[in-house]
Write a protein that binds this ligand. Sequence first.
Ligand code: ZN
Length: 432
Amino acid sequence: MSYATQKMAEEKVFKDPVHRYIHIRDQVIWDLIGTKEFQRLRRIKQLGTTYLVFHGAEHSRFHHSLGVYEIVRRIVDDIFQGRPEWDESERLVVLCAALLHDLGHGPFSHAFENVFDLDHEKFTQEILTGPTEINTILSKVSPHFPQDVSDVVAKTYANKQAVSLISSQIDADRMDYLLRDAYFTGVSYGHFDMERILRVMRPREEQVVIKYSGMHAVEDYIMSRYQMYWQVYFHPVSRSAEVILTKALHRAKELSQTDYQFSFEPHHFKSFFNHSFNLEEYLALDEGIVMTYFQAWMKEEDEILADLCDRFVNRKLFQYIEFDPAKDYRKLSELEQLFKKAGINPDYYLVFDSSSDLPYDFYRPGEEGERVPIHLLMPNDELRELSRSSEIVEAISGKRRSDHKLYFPEDLITPDGKKKALKKQILQVLKG
Ligand code: ZN
């Protein structure tokens, strides 16, 4: 029997709070989970700084990756198997892509990528195709298999059905993270009937479609996504923590480019500061390492680095106000001047941050981020784009919603002690 079809003597199961059980029969999947690159995902939280707002959100990318695998396994083994439109030979490649799609995420992904100009998707490709334990296992399936898995994750794979299982507007990735993040944050939105959606999914030429009878379950899923984005993912307080984390890393990077003597040398970050890192150095990072540096840097001589690290570790977050960049442009430069006068560095303590999301979009060729829409399979076997049948989805289709905030440390501008009048003036401009 070839390695690709090898089954384990007995099925293995992982207990999971969202899917109850995660079932593993394939030897390849079991071996991939055992690699050090996959185990590393246990040490990277799924929601970055969100645990500072929703304390339950300590779940890791390891949980989520297993969850996406399980959803895809159920689709291909329970729903698609035996259907003429589904090519059974794609089974293993989609299972591997589901399991491994987030492999390249680093610690506190967004902040880290932003400061060091990295792209986790590129790292996922490198881990799949480079000198790693993951690659050794995938190569045992066949010499081109690592590249095939990488292509499914990168959405360049020839079979678009395979791609749309992992990344489309209704895919296993989104379904898992919405349910999982709702569970761990404890919020009441984010829930939808995934069982129902799985039962009505059908393979069609270039995509996965939904039987018309499942339309209301899909509406519920789209609304859940919409609510999770605004209530959890873009929560202004977890963005405050992310702003502080980003600025602390920026400060450390800036100091490393001067002759500043760190009392706790940033060994793990040095190659990132000058953008000369390799894959091994990237994989050596996790959130435990970042927190170790932050704890140590709270005692650094540099006051800004010490203060930002203390704020992050001990959750002394920045306050925020609504800020319209088009209207309030002048206010920002005025505040920058006042901050400087008050001896507060605005590069680190006055931060503009935006979030925006497009909840669902129909297909608009040529536009940025072209999205494959969700298609309903009508009783007459025709396909119909979702927003043409659903009034609820139509109402939010193609509508981008944005949110802009200006972050600042309220404790530093409380009008007392030195420069009282100046701080009063800053508060007036901020609240005015
Ligand atoms: Zn994911």
